[in-house]
Design a binder for this molecule. Structure first.
Ligand code: ADP
Length: 380
């Protein structure tokens, strides 16, 4: 498999820039009530008005006296629990990001939400796949596959059905745990440094980059990284709800100019970021231990970056954006407020007991939605 044909190469210079603008699209998704919640008679705290073309979601109180509207939210997409994996891929707008990456631009998808709200299900769906071994491949794809496997098939199809460019697809997969970066494709390498250079911006030094020539190759890479995340590749008590994982797909493209025969390279990139459970932010407030705060530093800083970017700046006052305060925000600098198209998948749980975390995710998503144009960015 591709995992055995690893290549070690520096990330290519990202030269393509799209309008100097960052556009963040927010897709909300709720999971269904789980068996326990349903068994104890929970009712979903969400209502999806049918006349709003899936852009509105209402939070209702589940008190015995009736279901009163708590607050109404509007996002680019609000997906109810009935929305299937296939429908979500089509609805959430990811294909615009993939087309843009195929053209040589940057794109980032990140999943935000408390543990158990459906981040991994939405991004990969791999867990479900393992449980549905009795289905044939096609049925598995239709029902289980999340955004990552669908993206991979979409990209390969696009690459194979065009004849204007020669693409090379490469992948890397890293994890940030306790403010340390690890290579999920090469766990033995231990903690890696994050470095800066003028061409690439921030990058993880010595991260393995694997060339993938087929869908099977790249799925093998994704599966290996996913397994390493869950099993615990380093000595710490690895718990994926505390770590952030970043799968990066690099699309190197060689286009030959028909006029002079010269080849021009373009480098597209799409990153999938599965964030630590957002309830970790609450833990930080209640506990001051160094370990907790360092586990959550990235998530906390991401919140500050989003707030700073979401605050409308005038020419006189430009919000300070603290990208350099955490590993995660350094690596996402290009994606947020930079030159990338970004999709935030905000995952929420329908059970009344999670109301507080759910409202916090909805507020976070609302702030992310306000990031539209690139402000003058201060990085230090
Ligand atoms: P997280 O990654 O946020 O911790 P998971 O993706 O593991 O959460 O989801 C928790 C559980 O809920 C899993 O068993 C998953 O299969 C289920 N689940 C999440 N979202 C959905 C959905 N949209 N439809 C059906 N089941 C879902």
């Amino acid at each position: 498999t591709a995992v055995h044909r690893r290549i070690k190469s520096p990330l290519p210079e990202i030269t393509a820039r799209k309008n100097n603008e960052s556009t963040v699209r927010v897709a909300l998704r709720t999971r269904p009530l789980n068996t326990n919640e349903a068994a104890r008679g929970d009712a979903s705290i969400f209502r999806f008005p049918s006349n709003n073309n899936r852009t509105e979601m209402q939070v209702v109180s589940a008190s015995a006296g009736g279901r009163e509207l708590v607050r109404s939210f509007h996002f680019d997409v609000c997906a109810s629990a009935q929305v299937t994996q296939k429908e979500f891929f089509e609805l959430c707008g990811i294909t615009a990001l993939l087309d843009s990456a195929l053209e040589g631009y940057l794109a980032t998808v990140f999943a935000y939400g408390q543990t158990g709200s459906g981040k991994t299900y939405s991004m990969s769906g791999l867990e479900e796949k393992l449980e549905k071994k009795n289905l044939d491949n096609r049925q598995i794809e239709e029902t289980s596959d999340g955004l990552i496997p669908r993206t991979i098939r979409y990209l390969f199809k696009a690459i194979q059905t065009q004849n204007t460019a020669k693409y090379t697809l490469k992948a890397s997969y890293c994890e940030i745990y306790n403010e340390q970066a690890y290579d999920l494709l090469n766990p033995a390498s231990g903690s890696l440094n994050i470095r800066w250079n003028d061409h690439n911006g921030f990058y993880v030094q010595n991260l393995l980059v694997v060339q993938c020539d087929s869908i099977d190759d790249i799925m093998a890479v994704v599966d290996e990284g996913h397994r390493n995340r869950r099993v615990g590749s380093h000595e710490m008590n690895n718990d994926s709800s505390r770590s952030h994982s970043i799968l990066t797909l690099l699309l190197d493209q060689e286009v030959v100019d028909p006029n002079d025969g010269h080849a021009v390279m373009k480098y597209g990139k799409i990153s999938f970021v599965d964030l630590a459970g957002s309830e970790r932010l609450r833990d930080t407030k209640s506990s001051n231990t160094e370990e907790t705060s360092s586990i959550n530093k990235s998530l906390m800083t991401l919140g500050k970056v989003i707030s700073a970017l979401g605050t409308k700046s005038t020419s006189q006052s430009t919000a300070f954006v603290p990208y350099r305060d955490s590993k995660l925000t350094k690596l996402l600098m290009d994606s947020l407020g930079g030159n990338s198209l970004t999709l935030m998948v905000a995952c929420i749980s329908p059970a009344p007991c999670f109301m507080e975390d759910t409202l916090s995710t909805l507020n976070y998503a609302t702030r992310a939605k306000n990031i539209q144009n690139k402000p003058t960015i201060q990085t230090d």
